[in-house]
Design a protein around this ligand. Structure first.
Ligand code: 4AD
Ligand code: MG
Length: 434
């Protein structure tokens, strides 16, 4: 056996004899040639078995191996202009690590989404899914790098919490010893605010949970959210941070994955190239006017739902920031606009092309009495949330932050129809397996 190399590193071994370890993805034949497409997790390469170069048994075997056979292939790395990666392997020897015990359920034909989701543990071996999961990785790495390079400290918030952050209608409740009930976190924000008062600039990054009863292409019950929170930052600073952050992430993904986006995911990368600062900024009131002007019925005070988000986002060629919402429709923690107490100093970022809200955030209420009243109105008790009020008791300062949903961001950047493909194992109302 020659030196084991990964397909991703194949260019460094041109002309050498190497061994690949992987799985048979696909095969075809033409006369005295069998073509084996082998994947090893780092890439996909064509291995050519020529009758004149291998023994009879190997040539026969190369025409009979089923899809997903685990194999080792030894051969010479040859340049090949037609190959998407520029190289192929001229096979000298093949050895089977393990043959499948039965036919791979996801053969190379069309499958329905339900069947694919039931077989998600196998579906992720497909090249499209591999590309998406790699881009997800890059997005997360870019996010961590962005905050790291800008002086933020990672601040881990608890998953088990005593109270709601984003309203009680989507809480997952679990029994919790003698204390009664706990809830899976909907957002790490409130803890992030405590972190910002201790460390100045922090970000919370973790899984969040919402018992979403809506079956839409944008909702999961378990999703990942990154939530920066900054002391002495106002709404304007928050919006500046949002657009700098998102344009940086998109540029990083383009720099690393343009080929996969274009060739594997068939994404229009020109659309992504336009994601440059500054992003348009409109108030909620202006957003309502714009939606009404298209003939769509909506009143001031109504929620801007999925359809309305699409109408609005279609009017811009890059993400749009919608700010200053009616306080009534926003969470208890938003600061009221000093110029108009009906307004909350919140801001959402809507992605273009119908992907909808990817960011929600804003400036937080700093005044003890105002916040206490809002919490009382939401049934948030001193017992569960007194600690949060302490942040206003002891050195309360203006502060702001936001939450970016990872799965919606991956869906938008990759151009996917549904968030179920953006995470290894999506959790939705009707799906808990695999
Ligand atoms: O707008 P949301 O609810 O904001 C918050 O949770 C704030 N506490 C964040 C903060 O200010 N620190 O959620 C933020 C983002 C949304 O814009 C969306 O991208 C994503 O989280 N999100 C979901 N993604 C997938 N499935 C769901 N059910 C989601 N709910 C929200
Ligand atoms: Mg929101």
């Amino acid at each position: 056996m020659a030196q084991h190399v990964y397909i991703a590193d194949i260019a460094r071994h041109a002309g050498e004899e190497v061994t690949l370890k992987g799985w048979l993805h696909n095969r075809s034949s033409k006369g005295k040639l069998h073509f084996l497409k082998v994947r090893d997790g780092t890439g996909l390469i064509q291995c050519v078995v020529f009758k004149g170069e291998v023994d009879e048994a190997t040539f026969h075997q190369a025409d009979h191996l089923p899809q997903e056979t685990a194999i080792e292939v030894t051969g010479t790395v040859r340049e090949d202009k037609r190959s998407p990666i520029g190289f192929e392997i001229g096979v000298q020897a093949l050895s089977v690590v393990r043959e499948p015990v039965s036919e791979f359920p996801l053969g190379h034909k069309e499958h329905g989404v339900n069947f694919l989701m039931e077989n998600r543990h196998l579906w992720i071996r497909g090249q499209r899914q591999v590309a998406i999961l790699r881009i997800r990785h890059t997005i997360i790495k870019a996010i961590r790098d962005y905050f790291d390079e800008n002086g933020f400290t990672l601040f881990d918030a608890p998953i088990l919490t005593p109270a709601a952050c984003e309203g009680t209608s989507t809480l997952f409740e679990i029994p919790y010893f003698d204390l009664g009930k706990a809830y899976l976190t909907q957002s790490g924000q409130l803890y992030g605010e405590a972190g910002a008062m201790a460390l100045g600039k922090i970000y919370v990054f973790g899984p969040t949970f919402r018992a979403e009863k809506s079956k839409t292409r944008r909702h999961l019950t378990e999703f990942w959210m990154v939530e920066p929170e900054v002391a002495f930052m106002d709404l304007k600073g928050d919006m500046d941070l949002m657009e700098d952050f998102v344009s940086t992430i998109v540029a990083r993904v383009l720099a690393k994955h343009e080929r996969e986006l274009r060739d594997v995911l068939e994404r229009d990368v020109e659309v992504l190239r336009r994601v440059q600062k500054p992003f348009p900024r409109i108030t909620y009131t202006e957003a309502i006017e714009r939606i009404r002007a298209t003939g769509h019925a909506i009143e001031w005070g109504d929620d801007i739902g999925g359809d309305e988000e699409t109408i609005l986002a279609n009017q811009f060629d890059r993400p749009v920031l919608v700010h200053r919402y009616p306080a009534e429709m926003k969470a208890f923690y938003f600061k009221r606009d000093p110029a108009d107490p009906k307004i909350a100093l919140g801001c959402d970022m809507l992605a273009p092309e119908g992907y909808g809200e990817i960011i929600g955030g804003g400036e937080r209420e700093t005044d003890f009495d105002t916040l206490k009243k809002a919490m009382d109105a939401h049934g948030l008790t001193e017992e569960a949330m007194g600690w949060y009020l302490d942040l206003r008791r002891y050195g309360s300062v203006p502060h702001a932050g936001f939450g970016l949903g990872i799965e919606r961001t991956v869906a938008w950047i990759c151009g996917l129809h549904h968030v179920r493909e953006t995470i290894p194992f999506a959790r939705m109302m009707e799906r808990l397996t695999p």
